[in-house]
Design a binder for this molecule. Structure first.
Ligand SMILES: *Cc1c(COP(=O)(O)O)cnc(C)c1O
Length: 291
C-alpha cells in the first residue's frame, strides 16, 4: 500500500492483524508505482492495496500483472474514486466511503464493499452483522463479526444523492479541465506542475505541485493576501506519524518519490458547487503568488 493515503487505509490493515508494507508512488499520478511493487512482496503478502488517490486510477493493469504472477488478490481503496470507469475490473473488491465530503456523500458515516465474487460477498455480509449466517436469526456462521451496516437514515440519503453522482462528477471534471486550461502557461513557465487530464479520474481533489517557490509559503500567502484557502492531503505521511508503531518499525523507511512529492503538492478548491467566478478568484490568487 502507499504511504500517502488517509490513515483509514493503514488502520484497516492493522485492524485485520496485518502489517502495512509501503510501496513508493508515481510522481505524476500520486498513486502506487507498479515498478516499485514487486520489491515489496514477501511470502507473507496477503493482498495488494492500491489507493485511487484524489479520484485517479493507478496503473491497474501494471499492478494486476504482478498480482497475477504471485497469485495475490487486489483490494482497491476506492474511497475517493466512485464513478471512475473500470473500478473493480482487476480486483477482488473495491472499498467505497460515503463520508459527507466524498464524491458521493451521505450526512454521516457510511461506506460499502463492492465485489462480483459471490462467496466473498457472503463472507462480507456475515462480518457486517455479528458473524450471523445470512437470513438466519442470531445463528453464527463466522467466529466473529461487526455491527457495520449503513444506518437506515444514511442509506436513504445516499440512495437519493446517488442520482446526482454523474452530474456532480461531470461538474468536477469541468472545473478540473478549466484549471488545467487556464493554468497551462504557468506550467510551461516551470512554476507549477498540473495533473494530467485523463479519462480515469473523477477529480475528488485537484492537486498541483509547486516547482519553483516554497509550497507552504504559497499556501500561506494565498490565504493572507487573497483569502483563498488551499489544503494538503494528507499533511503527515504514514511512515512519518509520531506513533509507537512508526517509531519502532517505520521511521527509517525511505520512499523517495512519496517524500519529495509530499513537500511540493497543494490541493486547490474543487467541488461541484464551486462557481467559475470563485474558481477564477482561486487562480488569480495562485498566479499572483507564484509569479
Ligand atoms: C475517506 C477515505 C477512507 C475512509 O473512509 P471513512 O468512511 O472515513 O472510513 C479511506 N481511504 C481513503 C483514501 C479515503 O479518502
Amino acid at each position: 500500500m502507499p504511504a500517502n493515503s488517509f490513515a483509514a487505509t493503514e488502520n484497516a490493515v492493522l485492524a485485520a492483524g496485518g502489517t502495512p508494507v509501503f510501496c513508493d508512488i508515481d510522481p505524476v499520478t500520486f498513486c502506487m508505482d507498479p515498478s516499485e511493487l514487486e520489491a515489496c512482496i514477501t511470502l507473507k503478502t496477503k493482498c495488494i492495496l492500491p489507493v485511487h488517490l484524489y479520484g485517479k486510477l493507478p496503473d491497474m493493469e501494471g499492478i494486476a500483472k504482478i498480482a497475477d504472477k504471485y497469485g495475490i488478490p487486489i483490494i482497491e481503496d476506492a474511497c475517493q474514486s466512485i464513478g471512475v470507469s473500470d473500478l473493480g475490473k482487476n480486483s477482488l473488491c473495491s472499498i467505497l466511503s460515503f463520508n459527507p465530503y466524498k464524491n458521493l456523500g451521505t450526512c454521516g458515516k457510511a461506506g460499502a464493499i463492492v465485489t462480483d465474487d459471490p462467496s466473498f460477498a457472503s463472507a462480507c455480509m456475515e462480518y457486517m452483522y455479528h458473524g450471523f449466517e445470512l437470513n438466519q436469526k442470531n445463528k453464527k456462521a463466522a467466529d466473529y463479526g461487526f455491527n457495520a451496516k449503513i444506518d437506515n437514515l444514511q442509506a436513504a440519503i445516499g440512495l437519493a444523492r446517488m442520482k446526482h453522482l454523474s452530474l456532480n462528477n461531470l461538474k468536477r471534471l469541468y472545473l478540473a479541465d478549466r484549471y488545467i486550461t487556464h493554468l497551462q502557461q504557468y506550467e510551461d513557465r516551470g512554476l507549477i506542475q498540473l495533473p494530467q487530464m485523463t479519462d480515469d479520474h473523477v477529480w475528488h481533489l485537484f492537486t498541483i505541485k509547486m516547482i519553483s517557490g516554497n509550497r507552504d509559503q504559497v499556501k500561506d500567502m494565498m490565504l493572507k493576501f487573497h483569502n483563498v484557502q488551499t489544503d494538503i492531503y494528507y499533511p503527515i505521511l504514514s511512515h512519518h506519524q509520531n506513533t509507537p508503531l512508526v517509531k519502532a518499525d517505520y521511521q527509517h523507511i525511505s520512499l523517495p518519490v512519496t517524500e519529495s512529492v509530499h513537500k511540493q503538492m497543494l490541493q486547490l478548491p474543487l467541488y461541484p458547487g464551486l462557481t467559475v467566478e470563485e474558481q477564477d478568484k482561486v487562480m488569480e490568487a495562485l498566479i499572483d503568488v507564484v509569479s
